[in-house]
Design a protein around this ligand. Structure first.
Ligand code: ATP
Length: 325
């Protein structure tokens, strides 16, 4: 978190922080709770790709505000940043009397892309709001607020480089940073996938016979013992078929299956689905290898590639770098 005000500067302090995206490596749907939520087993990997959120505290009693740039389709109304602050105010005894907060959000994470852009913004908003108010939240109360905002929010609040995530997102078993960076190539179609619609389609289909839960748990075991980026890239073939939501996504949006086929033939390697889509992911032994692969995707070469967004990134926290000060 950075503080933009210098010593003796009369202007209010600006606090800024990144809100990193995640990809799912393996995603097994293990059941449905009585409230309709699905339980999952999945590895979440934090990425270098991130939104940036800043905040300035104003006067008590004013309205919290949000300005967004970087993606004209990201709504201010109902935005998870504002919902997060509202929920935090409600959870704090004197929340209503704390200063109004003015947020600025720079979006880089594609909307509806299965990389939890809204959830990570919410987690960063909670952290920045507490910083701007000079408050600490009691961990149990913060985790209740986080789960109330969305299933992926607790992972980002916990701030681990990766985790084996279970239940509806509340089971977070931290995994260590990779020993060296993995290259992550993201291909996001122009259309998003609405997560609730994908789960409804999943429920209509016969249960998958896949071994996604075993594959995901067994990767987590090897990860705990220490994994380099190149080791993770080798797992691509096993992970490709370890997302139980793929069939539902392909039924709802046949374009996804066609895009995956074109990418696998262009890149010559397995292509994974993150979350409920719509982003497709290829893993490489290094960030340089992912950047080089990005140049092989030429949108004009195939109608299925029209409108796609290609991003080469890597995991967001690794052992080969100095820890932040
Ligand atoms: P998930 O995988 O968690 O379902 P996603 O990555 O597929 O999420 P998001 O981009 O997080 O999808 O958000 C989906 C919808 O949530 C958007 O279309 C938008 O209307 C709404 N939303 C609210 N706040 C935000 C935010 N800060 N950033 C992005 N989307 C937001």
């Amino acid at each position: 978190m950075t503080d933009g005000a210098g010593a003796g500067d009369p202007s209010p302090a600006i606090l800024s922080d990144v809100a990193p995206a995640k990809v799912n490596l393996g995603l097994a749907v293990t059941g449905t709770r009585p409230d309709g939520y699905h339980t999952l087993v999945s590895i979440f990997l934090r990425l270098d790709l991130a939104d940036t959120l800043s905040v300035v505290a104003g006067v008590p009693g004013g309205a919290d505000t949000l300005r967004i740039d970087g993606d004209p389709d990201c709504p201010v109304e109902g935005n998870l940043v504002l919902r997060a602050v509202e929920a935090l105010r409600t959870a704090l005894l004197d929340g209503a009397s704390l200063p109004a907060l003015a947020f600025s959000l720079h979006k880089r994470i594609p909307l509806g892309g299965g990389m939890a852009g809204g959830s990570t913004d919410a987690a960063t908003a909670l952290r920045l709001a507490l910083g701007a108010w000079g408050r600490d939240a009691e961990p149990r109360s913060l985790s209740r607020v986080a789960s109330g905002l969305g299933a992926d929010v607790p992972f980002f609040v916990a701030s681990h480089p990766a985790a084996l995530v279970t239940g509806v997102g509340e089971g977070i078993d931290p995994l260590p940073a990779l020993r060296t960076r993995v290259g992550v190539l993201l291909v996001t179609p122009s259309h998003g996938m609405a997560t609730p619609a994908v789960f409804r389609a999943f429920d209509r289909l016969l249960p998958p016979a896949s071994g996604a839960a075993e594959a995901t748990r067994s990767l987590a075991e090897r990860w705990r013992a220490g994994l380099a980026g190149a080791d993770l890239a080798v797992e691509s073939a096993a992970l490709r078929d370890a997302n139980d939501l793929w069939r539902a996504v392909a039924v709802l949006e046949p374009r996804m299956a066609r895009l995956r086929a074109v990418l696998e033939s262009t890149l010559g390697r397995p292509v994974l689905l993150t979350g409920s889509g719509s982003t497709l992911v290829a893993l490489y032994p290094s960030p340089d290898a992912a950047r080089a692969a990005a140049h092989r995707i030429v949108p004009g070469e195939d109608p299925e590639l029209a409108g796609i967004r290609v991003t080469a990134t890597s995991d967001g926290h690794h052992q080969d770098e100095e820890p932040p000060p």
